[in-house]
Structure formats: C-alpha cells, structure tokens
Design a protein around this ligand. Structure first.
Ligand code: SF4
Ligand code: SF4
Length: 163
C-alpha cells in the first residue's frame, strides 16, 4: 500500500472514537439528504483513489458470501460448491459465510482480484457509501472508516457539513 493511503487509514484509527460520536449525529439527518451527500462525496473520492494502490479491504477485511456468490465462484474455479466451501470458507459467529483467512485468497501480489468478474456482491458494492438508506448502514460505515480511505474521506467531508 502506498504511504498516502496508509496515513489516511492510520488517521481513521486514531479518530475512530470521535467519529463514533459524529456518526450518532448522522442518524438525525434526513435520509434523502444523507444519501445525496454520501453519493456525491463517494463519487468524488472514489474517482480520486486508485484501489490498486490500497487493497486494504481485500487484505484487512473480507466480504460475507451469499449462496449465489458461492455458486458463481465455484463455477469460476471449476469446483463443486462443497469443495469450494471446504477449501475457502468458514461460518462466522453470526452464521454468515466468510473467507477462512485474510488476506483474501483471491488477491494477487499486484492487488488484482483474480476472480474479479465473479467476485462476491459485497466486494462489488464495497465501500457501500453510495447506497440508498445510508442511515441504516451507519454502523458498518463506521467500521469501514478505519479500513477504507474512501469512507474516511466521505465521513470527514460530512463532518464539515454537519458539525
Ligand atoms: S475500496 Fe477502499 S479499502 Fe478497498 S482498495 Fe479501494 S480505497 Fe482501499
Ligand atoms: S474476492 Fe476479489 S474483490 Fe473480493 S475480497 Fe477477494 S480479492 Fe478482494
């Protein structure tokens, strides 16, 4: 990871507790207003950041895999679903399927996803800052604040608007 992104991630970790308080404030913002602002800031910062220079989501956290993700990935790997699950997945404490290990087994040395076309839906949608009804997604967004530079920048921009 390049230094610039590591610095942002470190800031996200050190400002986490303060941001936790700010995130509570966002629950009071009108849903449509919050969605519009998040979408706008997401487009801005996602356009500026090169994920291939970061890959912290693939290396530091993993997606939840739904049945359709597992089925698509198994086909892509030319494996039976059961074999794919046995090789790569485990059930977490909440009953969701996740990768056994991090970094993700499908990231290569240059930070390319080797199953990109068939990657899980959660990977496609990450970092989820341009979704509808962001108010319902504030808890995971707070977690992603210390993982993903895009999320960090979106939240810091929201602070300028609402603080
Ligand atoms: S989505 Fe966020 S964490 Fe993942 S590679 Fe891009 S900037 Fe990094
Ligand atoms: S499947 Fe691809 S996009 Fe998803 S975590 Fe693994 S390397 Fe990253």
């Amino acid at each position: 990871m390049i230094e610039k992104y590591q610095t942002i991630i470190n800031r996200g970790k050190s400002r986490f507790n303060d941001t936790k308080k700010f995130i509570r404030l966002l629950k009071k913002v009108k849903s449509s207003e919050l969605d519009a602002l998040c979408g706008k800031f997401h487009t801005l910062f996602a356009g500026e950041i090169n994920c291939l220079d970061c890959a912290n989501c693939c290396r530091g956290t993993g997606p939840l895999l739904k049945n359709r993700d597992i089925s698509r990935l198994s086909k892509s790997m030319k494996m039976k679903t059961g074999q794919f699950v046995e090789n790569y997945l485990v059930t977490d404490e909440e009953g969701d399927m996740i990768f056994k290990e991090l970094p993700c087994p499908f990231i290569d040395k240059k930070n390319y996803c080797i199953v990109y076309e068939d990657r899980p839906a959660a990977c496609r949608d990450y970092p989820h800052t341009d979704r509808r009804n962001m108010r319902k997604y504030l808890k995971p967004t707070l977690e992603n604040y210390r993982i993903c530079p895009i999320v960090y920048l979106v939240i810091e921009e929201l602070k300028k608007t609402f603080r």
